[in-house]
Design a protein around this ligand. Structure first.
Ligand SMILES: [Zn+2]
Ligand SMILES: [Zn+2]
Length: 264
């Protein structure tokens, strides 16, 4: 026996809505055992997957937090690429109401349905939903508070004696009550669009600061925190890191192309 299966996350995008040449918009690829789950799919995600040599064909599940473009504008391109390369197996989408309608409209104007089934699982901004993914992971969508209906996602192993979990929380204002649903999480990704200096801007735009992300990690008793979704105004993220580490020492900054282990 070689021990527990791999459980890790590849960061494909670490930026937010305004484009900058040094960051891509939101996307993570979660790997557990043979499962590949894409979380958010900002513009250029397909190219990022190719750039980092991550196999597109293995992805059968995609989770979309909300319908701001920086979280899903890469989806029509990725879904079309699978159609062009002859995909036949179903693709499961976990997303807010509206995505199905949007995609159907796009594809109805571009030559008809996909050559493979799209299976929609609707998330809710009002309550927690749960799905079992291929008997291996439990997926929960967690309501968070942004400017439009938004959920975070929590992934927990099902079959292991010592369970492990990864949470993806973006975009949201500081939401202390979230810690209850995240308690004991191994790796928490939490958006940190701004530093404390711009807390007023975070509140006004439905985002969090690096310090607030760290407070959530602390209250959740998380093992590790990963921060991302940085505003275009920041060329580097030293201040974000410094601010978060002062509250929660096991913090890392999400770097594109890097892979982070969910557990040691
Ligand atoms: Zn965003
Ligand atoms: Zn947003």
């Amino acid at each position: 026996m070689s021990g527990v299966p791999p459980f890790e996350v590849h960061v494909l995008g670490s930026g937010s809505a305004t484009p900058v040449p040094w960051r891509n918009p939101s996307s993570h690829l979660l790997v557990y055992n043979q499962l590949r789950i894409l979380i958010d799919c900002g513009e250029g995600t397909q190219m990022q997957l190719l750039r980092y040599g991550l196999k597109l064909g293995r992805i059968d599940h995609i989770c979309i937090t909300h319908l701001h473009g920086d979280h899903y504008f890469g989806l029509p391109g990725l879904l079309t690429a699978w159609h062009l390369t002859g995909r036949t197996k179903p693709l499961h989408l976990y997303a807010p109401a509206g995505l199905e309608e949007l995609l159907q409209l796009i594809f109805s104007h571009s030559g008809g349905p996909m050559g493979y089934p799209l299976v929609f699982h609707q998330t809710s901004p009002h309550q927690v939903h749960e799905w079992e993914i291929e008997g291996q992971l439990l997926l929960k969508s967690l309501p968070i508070a942004h400017r439009i209906p938004t959920t975070g996602f929590l992934f927990s192993t099902l079959l292991e004696e010592k369970k492990a979990s990864y949470a993806y929380i973006s975009d949201t204002v500081y939401l202390p009550e979230l810690a209850r649903n995240l308690y004991g999480v191994d790796l928490l990704y939490h958006e940190a669009t701004f530093t404390e200096e711009l807390e007023h801007k975070a509140i006004a735009t439905g985002h969090s600061t690096a310090r607030q992300a760290a407070l959530i990690a602390q209250a959740s008793n998380a093992s590790q925190l990963l921060i991302g979704h940085f505003s275009a105004r920041y060329k580097d993220t030293f201040e974000h890191l410094e601010e978060a580490v002062a509250v929660f020492s096991a913090t890392s900054v999400a770097e594109e192309g890097r892979c982070y282990k969910v557990r040691d």
